[in-house]
Design a protein around this ligand. Sequence first.
Ligand code: UGA
Length: 446
Amino acid sequence: MGMTQKISVFGTGYLGATHAAGMAELGHEVIGVDIDPAKIDLLSQGKVPFFEPGLPELIVKHVNSGALRFTTDPAEAAEFAGVHFIAVGTPQKRGSYSADMQFVDGLIETLAPMLTRPAVILGKSTVPVGTAARLAARVRELAPVGDDAQLGWNPEFLREGFAVEDTLNPDRLVVGVEKDRPGRVEAVAREVYATILARDTPFIVTDLATAELVKGSANAFLATKISFINAIAEICEATGADVVQLADALGHDDRIGRKFLGAGLGFGGGCLPKDIRAFQARAGELGLGKSLAFLSEVDAVNLRRRSHVVEMATRAVGGSLPGTTIAVLGAAFKPDSDDVRDSPALDVAGELHLGGATVRVYDPQAMRNAAVVQPTLTYADSVEDACRDADLVVVATEWQEFRKADPVALARVVAHPRVIDGRNCLPTQAWVDAGWSYSGMGRHAS
Ligand code: UGA
């Protein structure tokens, strides 16, 4: 195993908090840094300000052991650590498709002038290609140690809901280094990830641009795969074919694979939607708009799923929403998450409400976040509470709790047993047997 490293992680959102805890679990001494004192306060007490299975336990474990601490003071981190991870956000810029780089840029402007000893900075945030080369030069310019402050790019592929598992057991590690002055970046990354590399995890060393592009391409591919099956779902809907059987059949071809062929309400969250837009914006800046033009179509197919479900719902309740009551099960952008950023579920709930329906939303974890974004919706305490007297039930996030809900019991509490399965996640036959009229996505109604 490698030697214990002193590590800082800047940014304590889903990515940074998980990475900080993960590095402590790998045996390092870690300091997490954030500008938000409330977040740092919670984390210092071993509390996690968002829902991520397994993360609170890991943070408590390492805060208690002393391997992990948190601060709002970047100088403390610069003084303590020799390896600094960038894990701050790159959200979509207001009024544009490009990524907002203010947090990454601001961090470099703060941290680099504090580097008085040799240090390696590893970027994890998703950034437009070309950013890392620019930052590496800026770090050299600002750091008192000059060329001994080196920057590499180490993109992160973790999924929310599986963040701990993905951090400790990644499919691969990618590290981009400056081609003409690779320096210590690769050696330091090998030390940091020694435990993971000892398990023969693929370790791919590239130039900076390739590392940045691996991440952008991975998310663009995943988004494209989802929109591909949703486009086919549209054809299935018009022809009476069944997209679930079709995806199963496609999936047996291991060149295609069944994963991410789940037709339904489409993708949301803090990554795929903004990443495909930022990727297109960057291609445009490079004069290569055509290369990624297909991503506009990927985006358009994805957004059409939401309006499609609103139309299905309107039809199901007789053509007009005012005066109807609709239960929306799910607010998070996917199960095992409390994240409602760009959530298809919450978008559908909001549209149905705007159309005049009384909408009652239930989600096992995301209701607090949902109420901030959509304060005018009604939030219910349970599945049953949401469904009481409803004219229609829409399943919008495939939580386990909804998959295993009892269709017989629910049929008794609703006004009309009609369900739209926006994630094709319910046991269809059981619901039909319990008297429900069932409509899935990309499959005919039963
Ligand atoms: C995504 C990527 O999967 C991660 O590899 C990446 O690290 C991360 O973005 C990031 O850039 O930080 P995440 O946003 O957590 O992870 O969510 P996914 O599991 O990819 O799901 C994205 C969306 O696609 C969800 O709304 C999900 O419901 C939807 N989806 C997924 C489908 O509609 N169908 C599918 O078959 C799969």
